[in-house]
Design a binder for this molecule. Structure first.
Ligand SMILES: NC(=O)C1=CN([C@@H]2O[C@H](COP(=O)(O)OP(=O)(O)OC[C@H]3O[C@@H](n4cnc5c(N)ncnc54)[C@H](OP(=O)(O)O)[C@@H]3O)[C@@H](O)[C@H]2O)C=CC1
Ligand SMILES: O=C(CO)COP(=O)(O)O
Length: 340
């Protein structure tokens, strides 16, 4: 059933555009807000987002706009697809228009300094909004190309979960519900860091053994961290945890993976970010995560190793040597009390 009001999507990048198109494919009217009027014009005239999703036809039911206040006034269900680092400053000025609305974060990042997840930033800005998080193995281009995909809507607000399932469910997209908003959101943010490592390993010619080693130990490390922060480890076994780790640690379509690949070919961090030209949340997340893990004394060798390469002048070879020759450990330690 179609929603009576239009649905808002904030952010005209690859995921905002893909999500808007998915909603339109399901019969909903969508206001897609972006800050850049040239991009809005291009979408309106050419029915394509040439900067972020070249070659994908955008449905007529998606209306691009640069008027944020009018968008928020017209819509009650709002999907937020802005990078985590800009979200607070972009939405704080219009906080009053978010009051009482349903806000669904599509972003996967952590705020520097506060270590807040995006839904927590939204709750700061609009304390009486109803808030959910959508996360899972959701590479934007694959969604836009209508590859069969699933995701998780996480919120303690069951009505919100059902509403998001109803508007997004379709022939190519399936949405599972979870009440563990913190666990779903944390796993989506953390996996970006490991996708960078996977990209680096790919540049060095990694085989399948190495990829499996990396994904499995990444899961152990993420879960160990999450449990210390009070999250439910079972959530990490679902789509937003294992599912997203597999997708982003295996695909050149992941921007975090691509940043890692560029680093592995010898580019500096700055060069890799410039070459990418899109959002790679994992770099900022790494910085926040390393500081938090240290302050809580949580063992995270992959995070420490990547940080040492990017910010402490260590070579990839030195870090690999240290990781492989480190003290012998037990498998699946993160689920036992000893592993914490
Ligand atoms: N792409 C994907 O496959 C997926 C992405 N995500 C998450 O979605 C979030 C958004 O990523 P994605 O769409 O991929 O990013 P992109 O890099 O594709 O696009 C970023 C968008 O944010 C806009 N933007 C940047 N700064 C501001 C600002 N200060 N005010 C308003 N708009 C701004 C950009 O506008 P401009 O062009 O004008 O710079 C652009 O429209 C991230 O947290 C990401 O992790 C989640 C799942 C999948
Ligand atoms: O989160 C994503 C897929 O689930 C997208 O990953 P990237 O941000 O690395 O492209």
């Amino acid at each position: 059933m179609s929603e009576k009001q239009p649905i808002a999507v904030l952010g005209g990048g690859s995921f905002g555009t893909a999500s808007a198109n998915l909603l339109a494919q399901n019969g909903h009217s969508v206001l897609l807000w972006m800050r850049d009027s040239a991009q809005a014009k291009a979408i309106a005239n050419e029915r394509e987002n040439p900067r972020y999703l070249k070659g994908i036809k955008i449905y007529p039911a998606v209306t691009p706009t640069t008027d944020l206040s009018a968008t928020l006034t017209a819509c009650e269900l709002i999907f937020v697809a802005l990078p985590s680092g800009v979200l607070r400053s972009a939405l704080q000025p219009v906080a009053g228009l978010l009051s009482g609305k349903c806000l669904v974060s599509l972003a996967k990042g952590i705020e520097q300094g506060s270590f807040k997840l995006v839904s927590e930033i939204l709750a700061d800005i609009a304390p009486d909004a109803r808030i959910g998080v959508l996360s899972g193995p959701n590479l934007a281009r694959e969604i836009a190309e209508q590859a069969l995909t699933a995701s998780v809507i996480a919120s303690q607000d069951e009505t919100l979960c059902r509403r998001v399932q109803a508007v997004l469910h379709g022939r190519t997209f399936r949405v599972y519900a979870s009440s563990d908003r913190f666990g779903v959101e944390l796993s989506g943010a953390l996996k970006n860091v490991y996708a960078i490592i996977a990209g680096m390993a790919a540049a060095l010619g990694m085989g399948e053994n190495t990829r499996s080693l990396l994904i499995t130990r990444a899961l152990a490390e993420m879960t160990r961290f999450a449990v210390r922060l009070g999250a439910n480890p079972m959530t990490f076994l679902g789509l937003a945890g294992v599912g997203d780790l597999i997708a982003t640690c295996s695909s050149e379509k992941s921007r975090n993976y691509r940043v890692g690949f560029f680093l592995g070919t010898g580019l500096s961090l700055q060069q890799a970010i410039e070459r990418l030209g899109e959002t790679a949340e994992g770099v900022n997340t790494l910085v926040a995560l390393k500081a938090k893990a240290e302050s809580l004394n949580i063992y995270m060798p992959l995070v420490a190793g990547l940080y040492a390469i990017l910010f402490e002048g260590r070579t990839l070879e030195q870090v690999i040597e240290a990781l492989m020759c480190g003290e012998a450990k037990t498998d699946v330690d993160f689920i036992s009390a000893k592993g914490f």
